[in-house]
Structures are given as C-alpha cells and as structure tokens.
Design a protein around this ligand. Structure first.
Ligand SMILES: Nc1ncnc2c1ncn2[C@@H]1O[C@H](COP(=O)(O)OP(=O)(O)OP(=O)(O)O)[C@@H](O)[C@H]1O
Length: 175
C-alpha cells in the first residue's frame, strides 16, 4: 500500500516538474517536407536521421502525393514568382514525405540544417550542401518562421495526426 502510494507520488512529481510545465508551454514545431526529388533519390532516411540525431522529436509524418491545389496554397506567398506554377506542378507530380518536427528552436535550426535555397550557396554539412546542385530540385522544404510553421502544419496535418510529446507517456516527456 505504502509502496503504491510512493510510486504514485513519484509519477505525479515527475509529470509536474517545473521544467516539464515550461517545456509544454514553449513547445515549438516546424513543417518539413522531403520533396519528390529527395524521395526518389532515397534520402528520406538520411534526413530523418539528421533531425533525430540533432535531438528533435518527430510529431507527425505522412508519405503522400499532394494535390496541386494544396501546393498552390502552401506556396501562396510565392504566387507572383515566375517559377511558382512549375514549383506547384513539380511538388504535386510524385510522392513526398510531409513531417512535423518538434523541439527547442526547431524552426531556425532546421533552416540551418537544410542550407540555403540555392544549393551552390549551401555549406557542406547542410542537407542541400551535401546532396543537391539545382535550386528546383533542392530536396527539402522547411518553414521559415514560427508563424509559417503554424500555418503549414495546420494545412498538412489534422490535429489528431500529430503526437504530443509532452503528453503521450512518461518516456516522451522532455527532461
Ligand atoms: N529561381 C528559382 N527557380 C526555380 N525554382 C526556384 C527558384 N527559387 C526558388 N525556387 C524553388 O522554390 C522553393 C521555394 O522558394 P523559397 O524562396 O520559399 O525558398 P526556401 O524557403 O529556401 O525553400 P522552401 O520553401 O522549399 O523551403 C525553393 O526551395 C526552390 O525549390
């Protein structure tokens, strides 16, 4: 009886540490997609490996062929660019992997890990710096701000498709 009571107190106190409450309030998420060229070149595992090794948590993932309408919505801020129609058509032409990653500073850090839009400007060690040479086939997409991340995650995922790392179970709570 005493042992169960102590165990219950231990579980409650682990769940309600000030750190876990702060992490829950500060949870940051970003939208990442391995583009059709990244999927076709077999780079999905490599990209997931880099994000996991860095310490980010995968909160959602789907392998899908997106509609051109979804891509037009996703890239709406680029609607006046000459490459916009081709970009939306290409991105919807074959399966991609849409992901939601979570962790402190994930929006900014993911952009650093990706490299620059133009592969030629991307340093070795970044995803685009290591694996591609064409701007129109630059393997990966990542949200450029917390506001875009929120919009993009809502566009690509239903809430029930995302795991909440701070609530799922004991071993998933950040400490
Ligand atoms: N000049 C260009 N010609 C062809 N495609 C381009 C050009 N500039 C950008 N793109 C494509 O459009 C995508 C979106 O452009 P954006 O300026 O938002 O770059 P990004 O934020 O680095 O990339 P992404 O949005 O894919 O994460 C680029 O990743 C690239 O694939």
């Amino acid at each position: 009886m005493l042992a169960s009571l102590l165990s219950l107190i231990s579980v409650i106190s682990r769940k309600l540490t000030p750190e876990s409450i702060i992490m829950s309030a500060q949870r940051e998420r970003t939208f990442i997609a391995v583009k059709p060229d990244g999927v076709q070149r077999g780079l999905v595992g490599e990209i997931i490996k880099r994000f996991e090794a860095k310490g980010f948590k995968l909160a959602g993932m789907k392998f899908m062929q997106a509609s051109e309408e979804l891509l037009k919505q996703h890239y709406i801020d680029l609607a006046d660019k000459p490459f916009y129609p081709g970009l939306c058509k290409y991105m919807s032409s074959a399966p991609l992997v849409a992901m939601c990653w979570e962790g402190t500073g994930v929006v900014k850090t993911a952009r650093v890990m990706m490299g620059e839009t133009r592969p030629a400007d991307s340093k070795p060690g970044t995803i685009r710096g290591d694996f591609c040479i064409e701007v129109g086939r630059n393997i990966i997409r990542g949200s450029d701000s917390i506001e875009s991340a929120d919009k993009e995650i809502a566009l690509w995922f239903r809430p029930e498709e995302l795991t909440s790392w701070t609530q799922a179970n004991d071993s998933w709570i950040y400490e």
